[in-house]
Design a protein around this ligand. Structure first.
Ligand code: CA
Length: 128
């Protein structure tokens, strides 16, 4: 049985691949999106248990994706972890203000750490 469905919204193939692999190895089902538009579509269609959202996306910024997720009844309760890059404290704060559950610093947090983060958020927000 899957431990949960995770949607990864990330335009960089390398990051998509590594996070998908580590999550699947740990027993999660993973859905991938390369753009914000795709991410929103998948969030509606797939009802993931958690979303890993990159902020630096082409065409639609991660903040806009986050706002749209939080505006919609069907997606507003899905916990979101935003991916940031080192040193962007303002981004992290804005993301949390917009309703993100947590953040991860990409390329600095190891995939294992992100796995732990995903597990603890899912445990905290699990639907009973
Ligand atoms: Ca990016």
């Amino acid at each position: 049985m899957s431990k949960g469905k995770i949607l990864i919204v990330e335009d960089e193939a390398g990051f998509r691949r590594i996070y998908k692999e580590v999550l699947e190895t740990d027993g999660y089902t993973v859905v991938l999106a390369e753009t914000g538009e795709q991410g929103l579509k998948s969030a509606n269609k797939e009802s993931p248990d958690l979303i890993l959202l990159d902020l630096r996306l082409p065409t639609m910024h991660g903040f806009e994706v986050l706002q749209k997720l939080k505006e919609k009844e069907a997606t507003k309760n899905i916990p979101v972890i935003i991916f940031s890059v080192m040193g962007e404290q303002d981004d992290i704060q804005e993301g949390l203000d917009l309703g993100a559950e947590d953040y991860a610093v990409k390329g600095f947090y190891s995939p294992r750490e992100i796995l732990k983060q995903v597990g603890s958020i899912l445990a905290r927000t699990a639907k009973h």
